[in-house]
Design a protein around this ligand. Structure first.
Ligand SMILES: [Ca+2]
Ligand SMILES: [Ca+2]
Length: 159
């Protein structure tokens, strides 16, 4: 009886070792956290749900982060794909508290700018001026390792 328990324990341990080993092999890279600015130059980031327009979201470039390494086609905001994208210095990373923002614009580092359609956001708000965190996710281009990038910013939604 004891021997059986030992064998089960040993094979479980081996399975766990194998499992963690393969995870390490598949995902050697840590995700890269990027600074995201909804409506660059604006704070608060107000979005009117009923206006069926578009709004701008920038991924901020930094001294040690080149936004041209990002594959724009992989980027989504709360699961929504952008209408289009372009490269322009329009934003400055905000390093304050979560959901904080500033009105600073260009900082000398190129940013990746996206346009998203307000009507495509999967967001339902019950009351006016609801603050919602919007998560952005994407990947670097294959030649830069395809590493996952992620970031978020908040918007104040009005009905
Ligand atoms: Ca902003
Ligand atoms: Ca910039």
């Amino acid at each position: 009886m004891k021997k059986t328990k030992f064998l089960i324990g040993a094979s479980l341990t081996m399975m766990l070792v194998t499992l963690s080993f393969s995870i390490n092999v598949i995902a050697p890279e840590e995700d890269i956290y990027v600074y995201v600015d909804i409506k660059p130059g604006s704070c608060p980031n107000s979005i009117m749900m009923k206006s069926h327009g578009v709004f701008t979201v920038a991924i901020c470039g930094e001294e040690d982060f080149d936004v041209t390494h990002i594959d724009p086609a992989t980027v989504t905001l709360v699961g929504v794909a952008p209408l289009r994208w372009s490269y322009e210095d329009v934003a400055t990373p905000f390093d304050g508290e979560p959901c904080g923002c500033h009105e600073e614009g260009p900082d000398g580092y190129l940013d990746l700018k996206f346009k998203f359609r307000i009507g495509e956001l999967p967001i339902l708000i019950g009351s006016d001026k609801t603050v919602v965190t919007l998560d952005l996710i994407g990947q670097l281009k294959a030649e830069f390792g395809g590493t996952v990038i992620e970031g978020s910013d908040c918007a104040v939604f009005s009905i």
